[in-house]
Design a protein around this ligand. Structure first.
Ligand code: LLP
Length: 386
């Protein structure tokens, strides 16, 4: 259960819907991840795209993580939050000239470059600015992440990274680009990955391509293996913190490297998902011919993942007790049939005004919210408010 009895009483005072963030759980999750990474001398950049809420981001910055950004605005946000430029990476297949110029002006740590043409443009803009751009080359390693196809990124059919068939050409472009310095190689094969064998397969590919470059006389200082560690959406209370030790151990064991070579990660979801929940109120209950519906005051506009990926988020009634349950389709107010958080969800018989919590919504939740139907801006409650 999300709330204790005291919190259950207090939470009723807040206007719904809102994102609820448990800053203590965030703190504990970050500490464990940082400790596990530090023990292995690994560097973790937090992927801002998962959630750039100011309070959460400040906590992440305070704990010493770097920032992995995918837009000029994310780079600016990271700078404004206090992340040192030397710990900011900038990824993404479609960086605009304006964004590249801005990141160059800030002197960020690296650009993760996703195509040969992008490499040429970064070089041109670095010449224009009179600076050297540090880059990592994103390689598409053709590793199947065995996750939802919308969040698989490392297959030949995906738009991300440079295909291995073009590496010869990419290496030649890097050699002749005077204002580009190759720092390392970058890989990211997908998100919500729970099978550690996927990361093992990734290590095999990283070793292979690192050797390929080294055999050609290129020094590789950084091996950036991306993010993707999944969380337990089924049992948020039993497993509130991912097993960072097991995850990092895979790379420690299977990644070949010299002591000079740094290993970098870009974790988003695993750091932030569990500390967030969407809390909503039952507006109406109704029974159709075949169904019982709970109509909530939150919808796909606040949490898009179920509608977009058929993603499962545990749904619970606040103050849930042992009484008999009914199977409900839990739906939102938006005029789309996909606006449904779960079908046939067993919940205690509920009434207008009851609170419903949708769990594990801290990652890719509020950042993917929209104003469709001219919905309200997102509201927040933190555990420290209760
Ligand atoms: N690095 C790169 C290059 C990425 O594309 C991503 C996520 C990450 C790191 C962070 O991955 P994570 O550790 O969070 O898995 N909206 C989707 C997820 C999209 C992930 C996009 N890339 C969802 O709600 O499941």
């Amino acid at each position: 259960m999300l709330f204790n009895k005291l919190q259950e009483e207090k939470i009723k005072d807040f206007e719904t819907p809102f994102y609820y963030y448990d800053l203590d759980l965030l703190h504990e999750t970050l500490s464990r991840a940082k400790r596990a990474a530090d023990q292995r001398n690994f560097h973790v950049h937090y992927a801002l795209k998962a959630n750039f809420n100011d309070r959460l981001l400040s906590e992440i910055q305070r704990q010493g993580f770097g920032a992995d950004c995918v837009s000029g605005n994310e780079v600016q946000k990271a700078i404004d939050t206090g992340f040192p430029a030397s710990q900011i990476t900038f990824a993404g297949v479609g960086k605009s000239d304006k964004e590249i110029r801005m990141a160059l002006a800030h002197g960020i740590f690296t650009f993760n470059v996703e195509s040969i043409q992008e490499m040429e443009v970064i070089n041109e803009l670095a010449v224009e600015a009179g600076v050297i751009a540090h880059v990592s080359l994103r390689i598409n390693p053709n590793v199947d992440a065995h996750t939802h196809h919308y969040i698989t990124t490392g297959l030949d059919e995906n738009k991300f990274g440079v295909p291995t068939s073009e590496l010869e050409q990419a290496a030649a472009v890097i050699r002749k680009s005077a204002n580009v310095e190759l720092m390392g190689l970058h890989f990211h094969v997908g998100s919500q990955i729970t099978d550690m064998n996927v990361f093992k397969s990734l290590c095999v590919k990283v070793n292979e391509w690192k050797n390929w470059f080294e055999e050609r006389g290129t020094t590789i200082r950084i091996l950036n293996v991306g993010g993707g560690l999944g969380v337990d959406y089924q049992q948020p209370d039993a497993n509130p913190i991912p097993d960072f030790e097991a995850y990092f151990d895979v790379f420690d064991k299977f990644l070949e490297r010299t002591p000079q070579q740094e290993v970098h990660f870009e974790l988003g979801r695993a750091l932030i998902a569990q500390c967030g929940s969407l809390v909503s109120k039952v507006l109406y209950t109704k029974s159709g011919v075949k169904k019982h519906f709970l109509v909530l005051d939150a919808g796909m506009t606040e949490l898009m993942r179920p509608a977009l990926y058929q993603a499962y988020h545990q749904i619970e009634r606040v103050g849930e007790d042992q009484q008999s349950k009914l199977n409900y389709d839990v739906v939102g107010p938006i005029c789309e049939s996909s606006d449904c958080f779960g079908k046939e969800v067993p919940l205690p018989e509920s009434k207008r005004g009851d609170l419903i919590a949708i769990r594990t919504a801290g990652a890719y939740g509020e950042v993917m919210a929209s104003r469709y139907n001219l919905r309200d801006e997102i509201r927040y409650v933190y555990n420290s408010d209760l």
